[in-house]
Design a protein around this ligand. Structure first.
Ligand code: KG4
Ligand code: ZN
Length: 336
């Protein structure tokens, strides 16, 4: 089974080719430098840039994987959630290739991709369900209960901003470039996380939902109160204290959900799972609280957007013959 997977949900054009679970090639063309000039992703520019590189990138990935169209079992594509103009490029390209090469088409939900990337590094994937996945990306923050492949229940979600969005907004407040997550993480490394006590919304409230807009406003209030530009020293401490607050909230809700749902596996996924503090604290806190559960975090290259996760989901769908037809369209608000 050879899958060619295509991901264009935001500002990364990504192609991955797998053969029975083994990665043959994976390429990512990132648009970050272009969007950094605007302080965030501009959807129309993103679509145009996807259009420019998508076919050459598919050709290059097929060359690296040493395959021709004849070898392909199916083509897979992210249909949502994401930015509509970006998604449309991937969906339309994949439909055209599926039609031209007469290959089945597989529609993959981007968030399912992230959840699957969370367990990609596990050597033994038998007996892993029920699985609880803390999925933290730029557009989503969810606790997902997975009973089997394709069976997901969202048990908690953000009521306003996603965690990644909060990282990006606070980075802008501190004058750091887009995307802010990795920048905050770098600054935080040099700062004191106890310097300021920022709000930790909903942390003591029952339930598994999140809220990050109050935390963002708290940082904004702090910056405004200074009535002058923050010193480099202060910025490092704000970054560290903010990052600590996000990690505390994420871990407290995830721990509470794990107590309730008693999963065999607890995993982490999404762009924010590239954050070093979150990765180390997730493993430390959850393995201590749930010594009998398997704790899984994605390899760093599978934390942020990529097409390998799309190919892994597509392999499961291929086995079930879960194919889409040529009327497939992009859905920017697709749910798990
Ligand atoms: O999953 P992803 O690549 O794209 C979406 O599906 O949204 O996530 C992107 C988000 C951005 O908000 C980015 O700032 C954040 O992940 N991010 C990080 C780190 N690396 C990426 N946040 C905190 N620390 C990081 N090291
Ligand atoms: Zn993503």
């Amino acid at each position: 089974m050879i899958i060619v997977a295509i991901e264009t949900s935001c500002d990364e054009t990504a192609i991955a080719i797998t053969k029975n679970g083994t990665l043959l090639s994976s390429l990512i063309s990132s648009q970050i430098k272009t969007h950094a000039n605007f302080g965030g992703v501009v959807p129309e520019i993103a679509a145009r840039m996807h259009l420019e590189v998508i076919i050459p990138l598919i050709k290059e990935a097929m060359g690296k994987a040493k395959i021709t169209p004849r070898n392909i079992s199916a083509l897979a594509v992210t249909y949502g959630p994401g930015l509509l103009p970006s998604l449309l490029v991937g969906v339309d390209t994949t439909k055209a290739l599926s039609f031209a090469w007469n290959k089945p088409l597989i529609a993959v939900n981007h968030m399912e991709g992230h959840v699957i990337s969370g367990i990609a590094g596990l050597k033994n994937k038998k007996n892993i369900f029920p699985l609880l996945c803390l999925t933290v990306s730029g557009g989503h923050t969810e606790i997902v209960l997975m009973k089997d492949y394709g069976e997901y229940t969202i048990v908690g979600k953000t009521l306003d901003d996603a965690a990644g969005e909060a990282f990006d907004k606070v980075a802008t407040l501190l004058g750091l470039p887009y995307p802010g997550g990795p920048e905050i993480s770098r600054m935080a490394h040099l700062g004191n996380s106890k310097a300021y006590q920022f709000a930790r919304p909903l942390i003591t409230k029952p339930g598994f939902d999140f809220s990050f807009s109050g935390l963002k406003s708290d940082v904004l209030r702090f910056v405004k109160k200074r009535k002058r530009a923050l010193t480099y020293h202060e910025k490092r401490n704000v970054a560290a204290s903010f990052q600590r607050a996000v990690v505390d909230v994420l871990l407290s809700k995830c721990t509470r959900a794990a107590k309730e749902f008693k999963p065999k596996t607890i995993s982490l996924a999404g762009g924010v799972s590239a954050n070093s503090l979150l990765r180390s604290e997730f493993t430390r806190t959850l393995s201590h609280a749930f010594p009998h559960a398997t704790i899984a975090i994605p390899p760093k290259e599978l934390s942020t957007d990529n097409a390998v996760m799309i190919a892994y989901v597509a392999e499961k769908k291929y086995k079930k013959k879960d194919f889409a037809d040529l009327t497939l369209t992009a859905n920017p608000n697709a749910m798990l």
